[in-house]
Design a protein around this ligand. Structure first.
Ligand SMILES: O=C(O)C(=O)Cc1ccccc1
Length: 284
């Protein structure tokens, strides 16, 4: 747990109490007293970029469905910094009213990520109407508010408790080792002492081997790449920016040199953050 050295601070979190983002925030911060929840990723990222909120917490990639493209694009576009990360084991449950049975269900609410991660389960019930909703927790809240036995939500156990729902079917994600990586963003660089993960965005020349050479710099400095996401560049059809996560601290000469060499080598390089990694990730 850390507060990245800045106190007092305000928090922005995706979703609502009981969302997976909320769980990530509670794991990361000691004091979650001054939190505001956001329905949309963009509103949260904008609030952090403008300094309205000191930190923001939102999901960025999932071990079953991959990167959440919108989040990569927003963090770059609004020039936010990554100052931390958390991995949360995501165990989805089908939730309904206490008096509901599985056979009553006609419609299901969830965040698009919830639907995508439970695709196999949902395929067994093609008759259900699926409503995408703001977050998993708000989906649970909506089912509770509707007071309808025919409505269910895909959300976590925490949401079931908070919104007074019961678990109709437990553990419905297709992938039983379903983890989501959440990022902690800020308008300012990370103030932590131990920084061992680096996120950069690069744009290379459109020539053979360009990405190979970028990765070569990391290889020669023994920097382990943990994620690579390519994103289309608006206005330049079929050209891409690469969002790269690697191990390394800019306080170490080798890492700092690798980044300087890359800057010379690439058309564009931006450091999105150097921050403490969350211990290998796969912690529940
Ligand atoms: O809706 C939530 O609870 C979120 O935090 C987004 C999300 C949804 C499903 C899996 C991981 C994150």
């Amino acid at each position: 747990m850390t507060d990245n050295g800045r106190n007092p601070y305000t928090l922005g979190c995706f979703g609502a109490p009981g969302s997976y983002s909320d769980a990530a925030m509670r794991r990361h911060f000691n004091d979650v007293g001054r939190v505001m929840y956001y329905d949309h990723f963009e509103d949260l990222v904008r609030a952090v970029a403008s300094g309205e909120r000191t930190y923001g917490v939102l999901p960025v990639e999932n071990s079953s469905t991959g990167g959440i493209a919108e989040v990569y694009d927003l963090v770059w576009r609004y020039e936010c910094r990554l100052v931390g990360e958390e991995y949360i084991r995501v165990q989805h449950q089908l939730l309904g009213l206490k008096e509901a049975a599985l056979s009553d269900i006609e419609e299901v609410y969830s965040h698009p990520q919830g639907f995508a991660q439970c695709y196999d389960f949902l395929r067994k019930h093609p008759e259900w109407r699926l409503h995408t909703y703001f977050s998993t927790a708000q989906s649970a809240g909506e089912v509770a508010a509707k007071r309808s036995k025919t409505a269910a939500a895909i959300a976590g156990e925490q949401a079931a408790e908070l919104y007074g729902l019961k678990i109709l079917v437990p553990d419905i994600a297709a992938n039983k080792t379903n983890y989501t990586r959440f990022i902690i963003i800020s308008a300012a660089d990370c103030a932590a002492v131990r920084k061992d993960k680096l996120t950069v965005v690069v744009i290379t020349e459109h020539v053979p081997g360009a990405l190979y050479h970028v990765l070569g710099h990391f290889f020669h400095r023994h920097m382990n790449m943990t994620h690579l996401e390519s994103r289309p560049i608006p206005g330049r059809p079929f050209e891409y920016s690469f969002h790269i996560d690697v191990t390394g601290s800019l306080d170490e000469v080798g890492t700092a040199e690798a980044v300087e060499e890359l800057k010379r080598h690439c058309k564009y390089l931006k450091i999105l953050g150097n921050y403490p990694s969350a211990k290998g990730g796969m912690v529940t």
